[in-house]
Design a protein around this ligand. Structure first.
Ligand SMILES: *Cc1c(COP(=O)(O)O)cnc(C)c1O
Length: 379
């Protein structure tokens, strides 16, 4: 095909996506109710019906984050923009912060914080391991007066689950704010924003929430809002500046800021309802149960987990393949012949391991059984 096409020919293209079984690091399979919500007719983004639905979404996000934070809403962009929202609003040029890095997403936070003009002190830990509270304690002692500490709860590049409570205490004793990436943990494993004293948190929609990608629920504590209110400089990003965006999501004073992605917001509303109908704790338990089943089935076939058992994510399983298998070839056969998607390794683990996701609607024993019987035919 030559581009641009000749002006006397009109080219149209039909695209019919295949029905895949999504078992990678996201997106996960969406519930039919969520897909149906997305196909609803458009309404205006300042239509009173849409505005009251936004208020419901705020309540649904507060319930799923387990927070009473007033500044809780949804950024109209993927989770990486939620990450950027937290950091650009809290950091000003010249600020110091500590960022824990044990995988891709900690590294992404470092990049963003540096672009904010902050001085970043990294706590670097081997991929697949967690950051230990002692490392944080030491870093805080060496750097008195840091503004915030940022950490990834569920590191999707390695499958490591980071305990947060002890670290949260240390951060607050030092007078800093705690910023948490909960993109992969949200709605798939215990996450308690208020109990754990998290000051700024962001997540995504396409992992354990099983909604389409492209939105990022976030929440700021009162302490974080105070830091925002006391900024000396303008937020570096126009689109992500919370001092303006928050008025778009705040009941009475609703003002035009940008046009919300209406269909995606419909889908998010439905997906959050589905989570609360199931119950958060039941949903966490389901992910754990399916993880145990997957683990037994994969270990039986010679797969080996990267992360120690006590710090393993239930929903993102990073596993080395049995000796002598070409992972890329097997992965593409799974996709081509069985419509099953699993993820490959990132960074140093590219070509070495798989990331098998069992998230949200994809966290069923049936998904695991489809994967393992396909593997039995292929291996
Ligand atoms: C997926 C993911 C992100 C980024 O989400 P996008 O929607 O791709 O921007 C950030 N952090 C973690 C831990 C993730 O798993």
């Amino acid at each position: 095909m030559k581009f641009p096409p000749k002006t006397d020919t009109i080219m149209t293209y039909a695209f019919n996506p295949p029905t895949r079984v999504l078992m990678g690091p996201g997106p996960s399979d969406a519930h039919p109710r969520v897909l149906k919500a997305m196909a609803s007719p458009l309404i205006g983004h300042l239509d009173p019906m849409f505005v009251s639905m936004m208020d419901e979404i705020k309540s649904l996000v507060q319930q799923t984050f387990l927070t009473q934070n007033a500044l809780t809403f949804v950024v109209s962009a993927p989770a990486s923009a939620g990450m950027e929202t937290c950091l650009v609003n809290l950091l000003e040029p010249g600020d110091e912060c500590i960022i824990c890095v044990n995988g891709v997403f900690g590294g992404r936070m470092v990049d963003i914080a540096q672009r904010c003009g902050a001085t970043v002190h990294q706590i670097t830990t081997e991929w697949g391991k967690i950051t230990e509270p002692d490392q944080v304690k030491k870093a805080l002692n060496e750097r008195p007066g840091v503004k915030l500490v940022a950490i990834v709860h569920a590191e999707t590049s390695t499958g490591a689950l980071q305990p947060l409570e002890e670290i949260s205490d240390l951060v607050h004793e030092a007078g800093a704010l705690l910023v948490v990436d909960a993109v992969t943990s949200f709605c798939g494993m215990p996450l308690r924003v208020d109990d754990w004293n998290i000051d700024a948190i962001y997540t995504g929609t396409q992992k354990c929430l099983s909604a389409p990608p492209g939105l990022s629920p976030i929440s700021f504590s009162e302490a974080a809002v105070k830091v925002l209110d006391n900024r000396k400089t303008k937020v570096q990003s126009w689109f992500l500046d919370l001092t303006m965006v928050k008025n778009y999501w705040a009941g009475a004073k609703r003002a035009y800021h940008h046009t919300a992605p209406i269909s995606s917001v419909f889908a998010l509303h439905e997906a959050l309802n589905i989570v609360l109908e199931e119950g958060l704790e039941a949903r966490w338990a389901r992910h754990q149960e399916v993880h145990q089943h997957l683990r037994t089935q994969l270990e039986k076939r010679g797969f080996r987990f990267l992360v120690d058992e006590q710090h393993r994510l239930p929903n993102l399983n990073a596993v080395f393949l049995p000796e002598g298998i070409d992972e890329a070839q097997l992965r593409s056969k799974l996709l081509d012949q069985f419509n099953i998607e699993v993820g490959g390794g990132l960074g140093a683990f590219a070509g070495k391991l798989w990331r098998v996701g069992i998230m949200g609607e994809s966290a069923t024993k049936n998904h695991v059984n489809m994967l393992t019987s396909a593997l039995d035919e292929l291996m």
